[in-house]
Design a binder for this molecule. Structure first.
Ligand SMILES: Nc1ncnc2c1ncn2[C@@H]1O[C@H](COP(=O)(O)OP(=O)(O)O)[C@@H](O)[C@H]1O
Ligand SMILES: [Mg+2]
Length: 358
C-alpha cells in the first residue's frame, strides 16, 4: 500500500532465473528481469504502431511542454511505456525520479490517496532546468495507471487537484475504458486511443526478443503467440518468457505456447463441436466433463467455441440463437455459476440447433 517513485513497475511477480543475459548490454547485474520490462521501449520513437500519439508527444517533448493526458485502449498496447518514455526524454535519468510519480495499484485509489499522495507530490515546486544545463519543463508528472478503477468521488477529488496544481503538475491518466472516467476529467485532458497491435508488429517485436535472447523457436510458435495474445503484446512477451524458461535448450514449439496460454487445443474444440452437431447427448456429457476436469477454464472454452461456431457452416438464424445463448452463459459464469453445467447447457443448445437444421 505505498506509492512508488520508480520508473518501471514489475508486472510479473514470479521468481525467475534468466539464462545468461544475452540481451542488450543495459543490465547491471545478472538479476532476472521480466522481459516486458527489459524490452520496454526506451524512447518515444521505439513505441510501435501508435503513430498519432507518438507524433503529438514528440512535438510536446521538443517544446518541453505537455498537456494533461488521457491514454486509453486495450492492455499491452504501449500506454504505460509511452508515458514513461516521454518522461525519461523530458527529464533525463537523474531528475526523472524526483519528477515522476507513478501510482498503479488499483487498491491505492481511495479518496484519501488522491487527497494526500497526489496533493503532496503536486505541491512540490520545481526548477526549469536540469543539472546538465538542458532545459526541462517546470512541472512534474503524475501517472495514474488503471484510472478507471478509481471511485467516482476519488475522480472528482482528482479533478480539483488537477485544477489547483495545474501550474506545477501534469497528469497522465491511463485506463482501458474511457467511459468509466468522469466527464470533468476527460474534458481536461488530451485524449489518445491506443490501438490493438497488428499481428505483424507483434511478430517483429517477438522475433527481435528471440534473437536478443538467442532462443530456439519454430515459426509456428511465434504465430501461435500472436494468435493467443489477441493484440496484447505484454501477454505475448510474458508467454514467450515462460516458454523459454520451460524449454531451456529445446526449441519452443507451438504446442508449448498453447499449453502455457491455457488455450484449449483446437482439435479438442473441433471434436466437441462435431459431437454437438452429430453425436449423442451421452457422448456430449462425457466430452464436456473431461474438458472441465482437465482444468480448462469455461470462459476459455466459451471464447473458442464462439469463434468455432461463427466460422462454422450454420445458418444466420442458428448463429444468432447460439451467440445469444453464449452471452447468457458468459454472464452466468462471471456471476459464479457451475462451469460444467453452463458448458453442458450451451452445448445442448448447439445440439438442438443442429438437429433442427437436419
Ligand atoms: N506499441 C508498442 N510498441 C512497442 N512495445 C510495446 C508496445 N505496446 C506494448 N509493448 C510491449 O508490451 C509491454 C507492455 O506494454 P505497456 O506499455 O505496459 O502496455 P499497457 O500500459 O498499454 O498495458 C512493454 O514492455 C512493451 O515491451
Ligand atoms: Mg499499463
Amino acid at each position: 500500500m505505498q506509492a512508488f517513485l520508480k520508473g518501471a513497475t514489475v508486472q510479473t511477480s514470479r521468481p525467475q532465473k534468466d539464462k545468461a543475459a544475452a540481451g542488450p548490454g543495459t543490465e547491471k547485474k545478472a538479476k532476472a528481469v521480466p522481459w516486458v520490462e527489459k524490452y520496454r521501449p526506451k524512447c518515444i520513437d521505439d513505441v510501435a504502431f501508435q503513430e498519432e500519439v507518438v507524433a503529438v508527444l514528440k512535438k510536446s517533448v521538443e517544446g518541453a511542454d505537455l498537456p494533461n493526458l488521457l491514454f486509453y485502449g486495450p492492455p499491452g498496447t504501449g500506454k504505460t511505456s509511452t508515458i514513461l518514455a516521454a518522461a525519461r526524454e523530458l527529464y533525463g535519468p537523474q531528475l526523472y525520479r524526483q519528477r515522476v510519480l507513478e501510482l498503479n495499484a488499483s487498491d491505492e485509489r481511495g479518496i484519501q490517496v488522491v487527497r494526500q499522495k497526489v496533493k503532496n507530490f503536486a505541491q512540490l515546486t520545481v526548477a526549469g532546468s536540469r543539472q546538465d544545463g538542458k532545459p526541462c519543463p517546470p512541472f512534474k508528472i503524475i501517472i495514474l495507471d488503471e484510472a478507471d478503477s478509481m471511485t467516482g468521488p476519488a475522480q472528482a477529488a482528482l479533478r480539483r487537484t488537477m485544477e489547483k496544481e495545474s501550474r506545477t503538475t501534469r497528469f497522465c491518466l491511463i485506463c482501458n475504458y474511457i467511459s468509466r472516467i468522469i466527464e470533468p476529467l476527460t474534458s481536461r485532458c488530451s485524449k489518445f486511443r491506443f490501438k490493438p497491435l497488428s499481428n505483424q508488429i507483434q511478430e517483429e517485436r517477438l522475433l527481435d526478443i528471440c534473437e536478443k535472447e538467442s532462443l530456439k523457436y519454430s515459426k509456428e510458435s511465434i504465430a501461435a503467440l500472436v494468435a493467443v495474445s489477441e493484440g496484447d503484446l505484454r501477454k505475448a512477451i510474458t508467454f514467450l518468457q515462460s516458454a523459454a524458461r520451460l524449454n531451456m535448450d529445446r526449441e519452443i514449439t507451438e504446442s508449448a505456447i498453447i499449453e502455457i496460454a491455457g488455450v484449449v487445443p483446437p482439435k479438442m474444440i473441433d471434436s466437441l463441436l462435431q459431437i454437438c452437431l452429430s453425436g449423442t447427448f451421452e457422448k456430449l456429457e462425457v466430452a464436456v466433463r473431461n474438458m472441465v476436469d482437465e482444468g480448462y477454464a469455461a470462459t476459455q472454452i466459451l471464447g473458442q467455441l464462439h469463434e468455432a461456431v461463427i466460422e462454422h457452416d450454420l445458418s444466420d438464424q442458428q448463429k444468432s440463437v447460439l451467440t445469444e445463448k453464449m452471452a447468457v452463459v458468459s454472464k452466468c459464469l462471471s456471476d459464479g455459476a457451475d462451469e460444467y453445467l453452463q458448458m453442458l447447457s450451451l452445448c445442448s443448445v448447439i445440439m438442438q440447433q443442429a438437429s433442427q437444421h437436419n
